[in-house]
Ligand binder design. Sequence first.
Ligand SMILES: [Zn+2]
Ligand SMILES: [Zn+2]
Length: 133
Amino acid sequence: MKRSVQREAILNALRSVKTHPTAEELHSMLIESMPHLSLATVYRNLEQFSNAGLVQKVDCGGELRRFDGNIAMHPHQRCPECGRVCDVEDTQLVKLQHEMEKLLPALGCRTLKIELCGVCNHCHSTETQEVTI
Ligand SMILES: [Zn+2]
Ligand SMILES: [Zn+2]
């Protein structure tokens, strides 16, 4: 199997889902169609894609590195119970994120992201969802 074919398959797989998979999850998605694909290859390619700006890393709550095929700036919501990471499609928050970027020089950091932390509906369907910024 050619390297470029594997690279393309990894990138396409990541772009086809909204689940922000880890390298392990992507590997198990692909292993059926590419039995020779190694986890190390997935890791290496994801790092390269991320360095090239083709994908973004989602580092939520210091957990396992998750990856996002959507490189447009958008806030994420993470469930502390199951670790699920979802996109937040809220124009107000996206606006806030842009506003926050103006603070970067004053804060002395390169990036600043909004991460919502809230128990997801799957884990907590009866009580009110708690969301903190
Ligand atoms: Zn959950
Ligand atoms: Zn995302």
